[in-house]
Design a protein around this ligand. Structure first.
Ligand code: 5GP
Ligand code: ZN
Length: 118
């Protein structure tokens, strides 16, 4: 069920400590850890501890936690000292947009020039 841990979900396993990750921040509702295949000097994923498939489902069901994810993403940028030069927060949503892990997550990217997307 949405909101409950999913046995086959990689990020639920990271939340549970069953899969190791380099955790850089944690809050009551979120965990932030380094991406295993970084696309920039700073590439951190911020996830809600609860399982929702994507950002839209998270925001619809638990808007306060969606806000926590966005706040923590900004705090990661500050911790990593990329807030002054600029950084990007990305929610890939759906396979056509490159989403491969179906547990909502924000990518925080920074530390290099980021090509403008839109
Ligand atoms: P998506 O493609 O769904 O937007 O993002 C999923 C991200 O999870 C990818 O950037 C991928 O590199 C990362 N990832 C996949 N497996 C693992 C893992 O086991 N550990 C960590 N830390 N990141 C992972
Ligand atoms: Zn999950």
């Amino acid at each position: 069920m949405a909101g409950e841990p999913q046995a086959d979900c990689l990020f639920c396993k990271i939340v549970a400590g069953e899969v190791p990750a380099t955790i850089v921040r944690e809050s009551e509702t979120t965990v932030a850890f380094r991406d295993i295949n970084p696309q920039a000097p700073t590439h951190v994923l911020v996830i809600p501890k609860v399982h929702y498939a994507n950002a839209r489902e998270l925001a619809a069901a638990a808007p306060a936690i969606a806000a926590d994810v966005v706040r923590e993403a900004g705090e990661v940028a500050a911790d990593e000292k990329v807030d002054a030069t600029g950084y990007r927060i990305v929610f890939n949503t759906g396979p056509g947009a490159g989403q491969t892990v179906f547990h909502a997550h924000a990518h925080v990217l920074g530390g290099r020039d980021l090509q403008r997307l839109v």
